[in-house]
Write a protein that binds this ligand. Structure first.
Ligand SMILES: Cc1cc2nc3c(=O)[nH]c(=O)nc-3n(C[C@H](O)[C@H](O)[C@H](O)COP(=O)(O)OP(=O)(O)OC[C@H]3O[C@@H](n4cnc5c(N)ncnc54)[C@H](O)[C@@H]3O)c2cc1C
Length: 484
């Protein structure tokens, strides 16, 4: 069977199916990004280069024109109406470039925004716990936080407490001993200078490539075919799935065109790319009778990025990261949101400025429709999307945290963007809770596209992986040997 994509959804699917004895081929459009102490695999956050950008991206990142040579880089910038979605690429998907904030929603917020049949208690006991163990989640040790490089984190914590808001440490998929070793000068800094914003070079990050994918490959049943970009999916008259695939060189040049046929197909290309491939296939009649709701119900998790400047602050010449503290404002499930501080790469401004990120629950939804002039599905987002949670909750809380003397730049006002695309093939409408696409035997969606357009005030990766773990438990029990 074939899995398209090797991020959180694809990693879980590949491992659990391989462990069940199923032969799995994972088609991943991007490259491998091996790390280790003193590696230089990932681009520098202060001096970005072609490794940063996926070659088919819009030639901009967050509204700024980017001119780099074409490369199978780490992030694809997908520009839609009123929204730019940043989509990861590479073996491990978003876990390569994500900060790694791994929050699990509370029961109340989860049950308000997800189908209750997912059973939060079971997921809490089994699936979230399994993900936490696979990704070795841990919070930053005080020895690190108390070091000079973590002044910005300490300052954020103080301001949150002064504002009377809740404060917690954020679980991260990081062996913090690597950061402590950096402070001792034993390896080139990656965490402790904020240099890891585009991928952590020195190792110690439990990304999906070195956890789920590595374990899947170790079974001998799963193979990852890198630099294989799926361009089209068809359902054949015999009910099989035919994939048109380009094998790419490092610059995106097509080396070979392949056609692969499989009885069962799991789409794990991420919310945007899974949705785009399926919406186009439906519009062109390559797959008949796809559910009408496909492409709808897409959300941003109400992502917000702020630049916080305090003229009297001393955040220090460098800011350690990736993330230490957050403020989890989850008491009302209808308006739950989170604010965190993330390190800024060293710049002349960084002793007075740092980054704040907000996200939360929102009823706003966008949709993908097929655009014949571009021969692709494109994203439409309402101009006032996420305004309720933003204007009434996230924005005011961030202002309270930074205090009156600070300046806040809400970058989403300049370029509306999200790192947390969710939905498009939502559970409950397009798919069932295990990712089976309605009316399409052998076709599954196991990734962020399955989630209901928001993630209950949390960063999505932990829930995408936990929903995938839950789904795979059931698919292994019921579908392996029949459709899988
Ligand atoms: C800069 C950044 C920071 C983030 N920080 C956090 C964070 O701190 N915490 C958190 O929880 N989340 C964070 N996220 C979001 C998180 O990375 C995503 O929610 C998560 O990775 C989505 O998982 P997924 O399985 O749906 O897809 P992905 O992880 O995106 O994986 C999809 C994979 O499919 C591949 N693919 C796509 N199209 C094709 C195709 N046509 N053919 C073959 N392969 C294809 C892609 O290359 C990719 O590897 C961040 C995202 C970004 C971009």
């Amino acid at each position: 069977m074939i899995v398209v994509g090797s991020g959180f959804g694809g990693g879980v699917a590949a491992l659990r199916l391989a462990q069940a004895g199923v032969r799995v081929v994972v088609l991943e459009r991007g490259r491998r990004w091996p790390t280790g102490p003193n590696a230089t695999t990932f681009p520098s956050a202060t001096d970005p280069d072609r490794r940063m950008l996926w070659y088919r991206s819009a030639a901009e990142i967050l509204g700024r024109p980017v001119r780099v040579d074409p490369y199978l880089g780490l992030v694809e910038s997908v520009v839609g109406e009123n929204m730019t979605a940043l989509c990861p690429a590479g073996v491990g998907g978003g876990s390569l470039v994500y900060q790694g904030m791994s929050l699990q929603p509370s029961r109340e917020v989860f049950n308000t925004h997800f189908p209750e049949q997912l059973d939060w208690d079971l997921m809490n006991r089994v699936h979230y716990r399994r993900v936490a163990s696979m990704l070795h989640l841990a919070t930053a040790p005080n020895a690190l936080i108390n070091s000079p490089n973590y002044r910005a984190a300490r300052c954020f914590a103080r301001q949150v407490r002064q504002a009377g808001l809740p404060l917690s440490k954020i679980p991260m998929p990081i062996d913090w001993n690597f950061a402590l070793a950096e402070l001792r000068g034993e390896m080139r800094p990656s965490y402790t200078t904020g240099e890891g914003a585009m991928g952590v070079n020195n190792g110690g990050k439990f990304s999906v490539d070195v956890t789920y994918i590595k374990a899947a490959e170790a079974t001998g049943k799963a193979a990852v075919w890198t630099q294989h970009n799926v361009t089209e999916v068809y359902r054949t008259p015999r009910g099989q799935w035919e994939l048109h695939v380009d094998r790419l060189d490092d610059t995106g040049r097509v080396l070979q065109k392949k056609i692969l046929t499989t009885r069962s197909l799991i789409m794990s290309a991420g919310s945007v790319n899974t949705t785009k491939v399926l919406v186009r296939a439906g519009a062109l009649g390559h797959i008949g009778e796809l559910p009408d709701e496909l492409g709808q119900g897409w959300g941003t998790n109400a992502d917000r990025i702020y630049n916080w400047t305090d003229p009297e602050a001393d955040f220090g010449p460098v800011q350690g990261g990736p993330v230490v503290y957050g403020s989890l404002n989850w008491s009302d499930p209808a308006s739950a949101f989170t604010v965190i501080q993330a390190s800024m790469p060293p710049t002349p401004a960084s002793s007075r400025s740092t980054m704040l990120v907000g996200y939360g629950v929102s009823a706003s939804r966008g949709r993908f429709t097929y655009d014949a002039s571009r021969d692709e599905a494109s994203l439409h987002w309402p101009a006032t999307g996420d305004s309720v949670i933003q204007n009434r909750y996230i924005g005011p809380a961030v202002r309270r945290i930074v205090g009156p003397r600070s300046t806040l730049v809400d970058t989403n006002r300049t370029v509306n963007s999200t790192w947390h695309s969710l939905g498009g093939a939502n559970m409950g409408t397009v798919c069932d809770l295990e990712g089976r696409v309605r009316g399409q035997r052998g076709l599954y969606v196991i990734d962020g596209a399955l989630l209901p357009g928001n993630c209950a005030a949390c960063n999505p990766s932990m829930t995408i992986a936990a929903v995938a773990e839950r789904a795979l438990d059931r698919l292994v029990a019921t579908d392996v040997g029949t459709t899988l």
